[in-house]
Write a protein that binds this ligand. Structure first.
Ligand code: PEP
Length: 250
């Protein structure tokens, strides 16, 4: 039995006062979230502050990105160990915005995944196809390529301490959600691909869906056999909406 997991990706949003209001709202409704593991991933400058506000709650902290390097002359970068210092448990790697806007290659994403694991963080590896790739019928090839980069560097054993998030790029922040059947088909493809290397690890792996998840579509999506929760962007910035999505994970 895989424990449902919902992670909120705040992206480049927030302020000290705004975060407090959001977290107060989330904390006020947490008692009703019994089964689901919940994480929030604020911008890195707020990690310490958010960690303090989450003390005594079951909500865990994640970061949105990390350097593939461990330390040294990498101006502007933040290492995995620094994130651990700030009480992070998870880190998102390979978000489509990092891949598309900042040119992160499959190979770089794999290195970031490795750096996270080496430091003791749990990577949330994002994979997903562009609209033109879906229309060209290459969705599975794209996902396989993104997974293979990590498998080649780290091996299947690494997935015992990782989460995968399937995020069709055409569904992120667009209001267009993959239908439950479309999402389930890709989740099953991911699980089967990994099962070919290790069925036990694949069976235990949590595969999240991300892409315009809302309270109104979460129950149906999370009800699919291979969808174990969600990576939530826009809806993670509204306490009531986020809590309703967390409740849908149970
Ligand atoms: C995301 O940022 O990972 C995401 C899924 O965003 P949204 O929920 O806004 O589509």
């Amino acid at each position: 039995m895989r424990r449902p997991f919902v992670a909120g990706n705040w992206k480049m949003n927030g302020s000290v006062a705004g975060n407090k209001a959001l977290l107060d709202g989330i904390k006020a409704g947490l008692a009703a979230v019994t089964m689901t593991e919940v994480a929030v991933c604020p911008p890195f400058v707020y990690l310490r502050d958010v960690a303090q506000q989450l003390q005594g709650t079951a909500v865990v902290l994640g970061a949105q990105n990390l350097s593939e390097q461990s330390a040294g002359a990498y101006t502007g970068e933040i290492s995995a160990a620094m994130r651990l210092d700030l009480a992070c448990r998870y880190v998102i790697v390979g978000h489509s915005e990092r891949r598309a806007i900042y040119g992160e290659s499959d190979a770089l994403v794999a290195k970031k995944f490795a750096a996270a694991r080496k430091a003791g963080l749990i990577p949330i590896l994002c994979v997903g196809e562009l609209l033109e790739e879906r229309e060209a019928g290459t969705t599975e090839q794209v996902i396989a390529r993104q997974l293979d980069a990590v498998l080649t560097l780290e091996g299947i054993a690494a997935f015992a301490q990782a989460v995968v998030a399937y995020e069709p790029v055409w569904a992120i922040g667009t209001g267009k959600t993959a239908s439950p059947d479309q999402a389930q088909a890709v989740h099953a493809f991911i699980r089967n691909k990994l099962a070919a290397q290790d069925a036990t690890i694949s069976d235990k792996l949590r595969i999240l869906y991300g892409g315009s998840v809302k309270a109104s579509n979460a129950v149906e999506l999370f009800g699919m056999a291979d969808i174990d929760g969600g990576l939530i962007g826009g809806a993670a910035l509204q306490a009531e909406e986020f809590l309703a999505i967390c409740r849908a994970g149970a």
